[in-house]
Write a protein that binds this ligand. Structure first.
Ligand SMILES: [Fe+2]
Ligand SMILES: [Fe+2]
Length: 196
């Protein structure tokens, strides 16, 4: 029941890079990582975190100068309790949200490690490229196309090192290869990025 309430709650959070479609992809990818590794995890934690981890990037939660993960942590209890989500599980949802970003090392809670890897993988490969190109000119990360291409290059170089589970590392190799092909072709067609 809380799941359908949560899905209803997140409906307004649309965004080309970190809206509901991203929430759903991360959940599905996290489940894929769990199943491929035969892990015994609490899927409710992954579901709740998937749909709430980035709400700090949206109005009315967004706070200038404050990390979106911290904002989500501050607000998730009230939201989840209003939906009859089990109170005893909320601290674990917070733990997942705290380390969801690629640059934050997860705790040893297995749901947190899985979720971190799923969110990081969504910044990689063809989907990662698509998301970054979708926010050119609309988010601080990517004021223009050139900055977006350099961000894709940076993610290509650095994100494989931010994955922790063996299966995520495997998927990461494929996605890094997709980014490499894109970057190599683009370099060739733009005089080594000069003509972007
Ligand atoms: Fe995030
Ligand atoms: Fe995210």
């Amino acid at each position: 029941m809380w799941k359908s309430k949560l899905l209803e709650f997140v409906k307004p959070f649309t965004h080309p890079a970190w809206g509901i479609t991203h929430f759903k992809r991360v959940y599905e990818l996290a489940i894929k990582l769990v199943e491929k590794q035969n892990l015994d995890v609490d899927r409710d934690l992954l579901f709740a975190a998937a749909y709430l981890h980035d709400i700090g990037a949206f109005e009315p939660y967004r706070q200038k100068g404050k990390d979106h993960s911290d904002v989500a942590i501050e607000n998730c209890s009230e939201i989840l309790l209003s939906m009859d989500f089990p109170e005893v599980k909320i601290d674990l949802v917070k733990d997942i949200i705290k380390s969801h970003m690629f640059h934050v090392k997860p705790s040893d809670v297995k749901e947190s490690i899985i979720f971190h890897d799923a969110d990081t993988l969504d910044f990689m490969g063809t989907i990662g490229i698509s998301r970054i190109l979708a926010i050119v000119g609309i988010e601080d990360w990517t004021p223009d196309l050139k900055s977006a291409i350099f961000l894709i290059q940076k993610f290509h170089d650095e994100l494989p090192l931010q994955l922790y589970t063996p299966i995520a590392k495997e998927i990461g190799i494929e996605r890094t290869q997709e980014m490499k092909i894109f970057l190599d072709n683009l370099a060739q067609q733009t005089n080594n990025f000069e003509l972007i």
